[in-house]
Structure formats: C-alpha cells, structure tokens
Write a protein that binds this ligand. Structure first.
Ligand SMILES: Nc1ncnc2c1ncn2[C@@H]1O[C@H](COP(=O)(O)OP(=O)(O)OP(=O)(O)O)[C@@H](O)[C@H]1O
Ligand SMILES: [Mg+2]
Length: 246
C-alpha cells in the first residue's frame, strides 16, 4: 500500500471539498464505465490516469470525435477507434487492474503548437505558517505528447514570463495571471497543511486554458528539483534551497 502523500484521488478530494478551491479543480471521478461515459459526454475530452501515477506514466487522453468515433492519445501515439464497446475495452486493456481516475481535460494554451502547463513551488520556513511561492516554471510538452513531463515527452522548460509571452495566451496580462496562480497555489498549501501539518513544500501542477482560467492538476509533496536545475535560473534555485534549509 502506498502512502496518502502519493494518492492523487485523496489529494484531489481533500482540495475539492474546500469551497474556495473547488472552482480550480477539474471534475474527477474514480474510473468506472459510468464515470467515464458521464464525463466524456459532458466534456468531450477526458484524461484517464492512475491514482498512483508519477512522471506522466499511464496518462491517456480520450476524445469523442463524432457519433461512433473516438480518439485515444497515449504517449506520442494517436489512435482512432470506432464503437463504444471497443473504446472501453481498449482502455481496460491498457490499464489492467490498476486504480485509475477519469478527469475533465483542460484545453491548455500552446507554444509552437505544443500544450504547456506549470510547476509552482510553494514553501514555508520551519517555524512559520507563511507560505511563499519560491519557484515557477513553464513545462511545454514535447512534440506529439499530451503530458508535459520533461523527460518522458522530451519537452521544454521555460521561465514563466518568457513562456507566456511566446504562447497562444500572450494577449493576457502576465502579472495578473501570475498573481492568480500564486493565490491559488498558496491557498492549496494552506489547505493541505490541515492534512500534512509538518510539511513545508509543495510542487503544484497548474494548468490554464486559453482564457486564463486556472486549474490545479495535482499537488506534489516531493517535487523534483531537476526542473529548476535545468532552467538555469540560479536565483530561483537558491531561493528554493534556502527555504528548504530555513
Ligand atoms: N486534466 C488534465 N488536462 C490536461 N492535461 C492534463 C490533465 N491531467 C494531466 N495532464 C497532463 O499530464 C501530465 C501528467 O499528469 P499528472 O501530473 O496527473 O501525472 P504525473 O504522473 O504526476 O506526472 P508528473 O510527474 O509529470 O507531474 C500533467 O503534468 C499535464 O501535462
Ligand atoms: Mg504530477
């Protein structure tokens, strides 16, 4: 049995049940034929992913194309399948008996046609309840992938401001978007404090849509430092380390 810290479903529920954060959590259910068809009908695109996943492993996008046609996007391969029965059987075959959930797909903005989301680091010092955003990086999915995991998709990492300015949401105010992301990230950390009282760092996976609406994809308790090493922003990296020590 894994620990609650890595259970995406429990962390989702805990955040979703907190009213001020609810609008920022994309509708998610435990995987079942009923949940799958309900969300696919409602949103036309869903993400099917493991409750215990990491590094973008096992993440499947399913889209309803028209009447009897569905598209599956898994790793860097897109497959078109006909028939309701066939599509569910196909997914079942991929996921086996693993614990899965189904989630509304956020239609993310793009950079050179590749969707992107963000990793936001929120930290507090040992004897303080004051949460601070110490790091932020734009993660661009590699060509042909839906997951933005840098290693898996051979994607790109960019600083927040230059990422937004090169993207399909360059018309939005960078500072307004950044404040909104910071506010939602800090609120998530505060909420999670009730569940993990000793914990001092979170790495939030945040996505936006083309209108700048913010969604929380996941709250990681053990965020990787590799993004910030690769970004070559030593001031940001040093700030994260100093909060870790502090
Ligand atoms: N609902 C969604 N809408 C759009 N994209 C999504 C959605 N859920 C996941 N993704 C994409 O897939 C990636 C992996 O999802 P998630 O974070 O849930 O899995 P993970 O295995 O923890 O991956 P990682 O370790 O890279 O964070 C996300 O970072 C994002 O790029
Ligand atoms: Mg994640």
């Amino acid at each position: 049995m894994g620990s609650v810290t890595k259970n995406k479903w429990l962390k989702y529920l805990f955040l979703k049940k907190y009213a001020p954060l609810a609008p920022y959590l994309p509708e998610t259910q435990r995987m079942s034929p009923q949940a799958f068809w309900t969300l696919l009908r409602k949103y036309r695109h869903v993400i099917v992913k493991p409750v215990w996943g990491s590094r973008g492993r096992g993440v499947i996008q399913v889209s309803h194309l028209d009447s009897d046609k569905y598209a599956i996007h898994y790793e860097n391969v897109k497959t078109v399948i006909r028939g309701r029965k066939n599509i569910y059987r196909y997914i079942r075959n991929k996921i086996g008996s693993a614990d899965y959930m189904v989630q509304r797909r956020i239609t993310r903005p793009t950079i050179n046609e590749c969707p992107f989301d963000m990793r936001v680091i929120v930290q507090r010092k040992r004897k303080s309840a004051g949460w601070v955003v110490t790091g932020k990086v734009v993660k661009v999915a590699g060509k042909g992938y839906i997951v933005s995991n840098n290693t898996r998709s051979k994607g790109q990492l960019l600083r927040f401001e230059s990422g937004i300015q090169r993207s399909s949401i360059k018309h939005l105010s960078v500072s307004a978007l950044e404040s909104k992301i910071n506010r939602v990230s800090i609120l998530s950390a505060k909420r999670l404090m009730a569940f993990f009282p000793e914990h001092r760092i979170y790495g939030l996976d945040i996505a936006t849509d083309q209108q700048g609406h913010v969604s929380i994809i996941e709250a990681n308790l053990y965020p990787a430092m590799s993004h910030f090493l690769k970004l070559k922003d030593s001031a940001m990296y040093q700030r994260i380390l100093s909060y870790k020590r502090g």
